[in-house]
Design a protein around this ligand. Sequence first.
Ligand code: NAP
Length: 393
Amino acid sequence: MNAPLKQHLIDPEICIRCNTCEETCPVDAITHDSNNYVVDAARCNLCMDCIPPCPTGSIDNWRIVGAPYSLEDQFSWEELPKQEQIATGDGAEAIDADVQALIDSAHTGAGGKSVAPASALKPSVNLYNRDSAAIATVTGNYRLTHEESDVDVHHIILDLGDTPLPVLEGQSIGIVPPGVDPDGKPHRIRLYSIASPRHGERPNHNNLALTVKRETNGVCSNYMCDLKKGDKVRITGPFGATFLMPNDPAANIIMICTGTGSAPFRAFTEWRRRAMPNATGRMLLFFGARRPQDLPYFGPLQKVPDSLLGKYFAYSRVPGEKKVYVQDLMRREETMLAKLAPSPHTHIYVCGLKGMEQGVDSALDDICRSAELRWADLRDAMRSEGRYHVETY
Ligand code: NAP
């Protein structure tokens, strides 16, 4: 048999098919078909470049194999195969310690270069999957955008009853939409960031909230936006072990988002408001939408005091006004951001449209230059200290 090797694989149950890994891979080892994103074992050099940008962690999966899974195998999967025992010695059951250690490390994931804030609590992950989904009951489904807006965003509250689902702010859950696609395969699980804090949408209730935008022809978003009180929903997860909030009242938290990318930041803000009302660290929110009517949580956000949350709204399509993006507002607040940037207490989170990532990066580059700092160096340091996080798709 071949010598055991560590094979890099992508979890088809969690992957949201955002193409980030394929774009990132420097050796073109990642490819996809209409079903799955897959890794070519013959090309993958285990460089780990694809691990940090993945918004879900689906990329961080490994198996120790005698012979690698082929691309055809991976294209056909609905879920990852279990780790098999690898016999290496003379006897069929013999397995040496090095191989066992490899297998153990594969189970915990590679870790990659993406790091959680040092003070963040350890999250629970992967408690439920498609076959053993948690069942929640819908207790609320409210439209978040103005009645005049053609953007239909909903705030959906799911009650878990007696089912334990411990979550932290910044984590996501999967929703299993009912039914099958035209090929008879079960619909793909869709991931949503949790928009409520760890101890519930309503404090000390075993419930959570999601922010869902109705997409034209979107199987899961239409299912979710049409849910009625009392309906049952199948949940997987929780997912995400790095895009987490620092558990530190001195932390400055700079949050940059568009549209429904605001979901985790609602959770961050609510947790700080409830758990650390006298926090000394600042919280700032740069939030982009086309018009005020399209901005989820616009009304409630107006009521959050500036002492808790500094709010900067960027509107790109207000008739008669210049297009403004979040990165334009950040440039406008250069003096304040340049002051916060070098602090070891400062954390930056970016969540929402993929296109915003580059604009935000270049705004931070300019802002840092104004303070004679090099953003590329600062960003690397912040990343390795778990203080810079990007979740865009
Ligand atoms: P959207 O309404 O399409 O866009 C929001 C704003 O971003 C618009 O004003 C848009 O301006 C602007 N924008 C477009 N390109 C930009 C760029 N390059 N730089 C800066 N701003 C830019 O947003 P959305 O549909 O709600 O999308 C939010 C994203 O968040 C989705 O990709 C979603 O998957 C992701 N997300 C959702 C969740 C969740 O839990 N639901 C969680 C995390 C992330 P113009 O259109 O006028 O150009």
